[in-house]
Each structure stands twice: as C-alpha cells, then as structure tokens.
Design a protein around this ligand. Structure first.
Ligand code: NAP
Length: 340
C-alpha cells in the first residue's frame, strides 16, 4: 500500500521532507509525495529542489512541466494557494498533509485541510492544546490512534531533548534543569538588520551575531514530563551557521553518579532500543560533521561533565532540518500504517 502525502509550505523543512522521502526509500518505501502547496513559483521551487546549499544537489533529475514538479519518474502536483479550503486534496486522494509553513498552529485552520479532503494533518511545530496528539517518535508515537486527525511532531529541539531526558530520568531521577539551545540560523532572521514584528532580536542580522531569541522549549519538555513542571527552564541562541545545532543541558539529578556512568547509559541506548534515533560519539567533532545526520540527538561523550555528583552538563548535537524531517516521516508512516 502507498500513502499519499502533500507538503504544505515548501521551505527548509518541506524541502527536507521531500528529499528524505527519496533518499531514504528503504525507511519510507510506502510514502509518496503527490502534491506541494507553496507561495513561491514553480521554477523557483524546482531550482531549490535541484540545488541545496546545506544538503547538496538532489541525486536525481529535477524538472517541471509548467504545472508539476518532475522527479525521476514521478510528477508531483504543485499549487500556489494561500487558502487551504481551495486545495484539491480530496481529488488527489491525499492521506496526510505535512503542514510545514510555520504560519499557524491552530486546530481550526488545520481542519480546513481536512475539509478539503485530506485524511490527516501533521504540524512541523508545536501546536495548540486541542489537537489530537503531540508526538516524539521513539518516545510516545504508540499513543497515536487511528481516529486521530490532527497531530504535531513537536519541535526539533524537543525531539532532541526528550529521549535524553527520559534516559536520565529513568536511570537517576531528574530534579531540575536548564537547556541552552545553540541553533543555526533560520529563515525568520534577516541576512542584515530588517524591521519585523515580534521578537526584537529577530530584527538583527543572522550573519553577524549570536542572537538570543524567545523559546518555549521548557513548556514543550514538561508536556512529556509533567512531574518536572516548574523545574525546567530554557534559553535559545541563534548562531551564524546554516545547519546543525547543539543542545547544552545542565541537569540536577536526584541520585549521585559520574561522567562514565552517564556516558555508558547513552552509549548502550544508542546501540540498543534507540538505535537510529539516538547517537553517541567520543570523536572530536565540529557541528558540520552532523550535516544530513538523521539521528534526533547525538550525545557528545567528550563533553559530559558531572559536578559534585549530581549536577550534569551534557552536549547533544542534532541536524535541526534533516533529523526533524525524518522524524515527521517516521510519525507519518506509523500513523498511516495503523489503518492497515
Ligand atoms: N528549520 C528548522 O530547522 C526547523 C526544524 C523543525 C521545525 N521547524 C518548524 O517548521 C516550520 C517551517 O520552518 P522552515 O524553517 O521550513 O521555514 P521556511 O524555510 O520559512 O519555510 C516555510 C515555507 O512556507 C511557505 N508558506 C508560508 N505561508 C504559506 C501558505 N499559507 N501556504 C503555502 N506556503 C506558505 C513560505 O513561503 P514564503 O517564504 O514565501 O513566506 C516558506 O517557503 C516552522 O514552524 C519551524 O519552527 C523548523
């Protein structure tokens, strides 16, 4: 059986999802992108699929015929439609919309895609509390039900932190913690300073500064660990690289331990139950080593520190684009497969 996917919003995440579908055919053999809706014109979209500064040239021919994106033997319908109720998802038999615009996160707008005939919708960001589920693949994806219609894959940062927190909490008990996300630049930042509504620091040049921006990661974490409500804080810095991010965690544990035991915990999980989702390395890495790496989190064992037995410092790498796109597809495949 083949599941028919539409991508709404063909920016960094939308493009990564399409690429991951083709490059990881073995992992996603039954997922097929049949439509893209994006505000940019088809020629631009074709060009951005063919050439990608971050992930390289597309490994197959990419053309268009004036209406559709042509990749290898596939013809993907392309729409330029800002209003979801006008999209022909029913006619195209779309099983799932991957909502990657970043423009909204509410149930009512998501439902417009369902009214247009899509079977389900998965947000590429944390969404409103009244959606059916927020899923971290590898942690709680088995909670998805066949009857669920609108879900979220949370954020790339939550996908990185949750498996790490879960292992630490089960092994030693987490008392409290603070996360610092050191995140590559994103398209909500200007190349040079530019007027913009909202977070003032997002008006500043992405190329020239480390820029602290607002984050709700601590809210995202306690959704999955409600017993830690009020005990987790987070800050977020954007830095002038184009991809790959680092999670810097400072965590107070309930039990005493040491760096070797912490590293052993992650090394074993990476080779065991969380293989493919959690990585572990003691190589002398720089961030670019993880470009186009699909693990949700890679613990850098060389940076683990423990102070006074209970205060743990961890550094965890993640490709914010590629890992997240792969997790969206993992969630999509599991969710759609429930109907089989
Ligand atoms: N980048 C990451 O590392 C990352 C990781 C995980 C999750 N996310 C989340 O994923 C979402 C998208 O992020 P992104 O980095 O991919 O952003 P992006 O590169 O700006 O892509 C968003 C795309 O959606 C298009 N768009 C906006 N409104 C639309 C509409 N009504 N209909 C169709 N297309 C529309 C935009 O077109 P215009 O440019 O013309 O407006 C743009 O091409 C955000 O919520 C972000 O937080 C991002």
């Amino acid at each position: 059986m083949t599941y028919r996917i539409a991508i709404n919003g063909y920016g960094r995440i939308g493009q990564s999802v399409l690429r991951a579908c083709y490059l990881n055919r073995e992992r996603f053999p039954d997922l097929k992108v049949v439509a893209i809706n994006e505000l940019a014109d088809l020629d631009t979209l074709t060009y951005l699929t063919r050439y990608d500064t971050t992930h390289g040239r597309f490994p197959a021919a990419v053309e268009n015929d004036g209406r559709r994106l042509l990749i290898a033997d596939d013809a993907i319908s392309v729409f330029n439609e800002p209003t979801p109720e006008c999209l022909p998802w029913g006619d195209l038999g779309v099983d799932l919309v991957l909502e990657c615009t970043g423009s909204y996160s509410d149930r009512a707008t998501a439902e417009k895609h369902l009214h247009s005939g899509a079977g389900r919708l998965l947000f590429s960001q944390p969404a409103a509390d009244d959606i059916d589920a927020t899923i971290i693949y590898g942690f709680n994806h088995r909670k998805l039900k066949l009857s669920d219609r609108i879900a979220s894959s949370a954020s790339c940062t939550t996908n990185c932190v949750v498996p790490v927190f879960n292992l630490l909490d089960c092994a030693f008990g987490i008392d409290s913690g603070v996360s610092t996300t050191i995140h590559s630049a994103m398209n909500d930042q200007p190349v040079i300073d530019r007027n913009r509504q909202g977070d003032l620091r997002l008006t500043r040049s992405a190329m020239n500064s480390m820029v602290p921006v607002r984050t709700g990661l601590h809210h995202g974490i306690v959704k999955f660990f409600p017993h830690l409500r009020g005990r987790i804080e987070s800050v977020h810095l954007r830095v002038p690289t184009i991809n790959v991010s680092l999670m810097d965690l400072a965590i107070n544990l309930q039990q005493e331990t040491d760096a070797a035991s912490i590293n052993a915990l992650f090394r074993e999980a990476a080779a065991g139950d969380l293989q493919g989702l959690l990585g572990y390395s003691e190589e002398p890495h720089a961030s670019v080593d993880f470009n186009t790496d699909s693990h949700s989190a890679i613990v850098d064992g060389t940076q683990t520190r423990v102070s006074n037995g209970q205060l743990v410092k961890l550094m965890v790498w993640f490709d914010n684009e590629w890992s997240y796109a792969n997790r969206m597809l993992d969630v999509a495949r599991y969710w759609l497969g429930l109907g089989k």
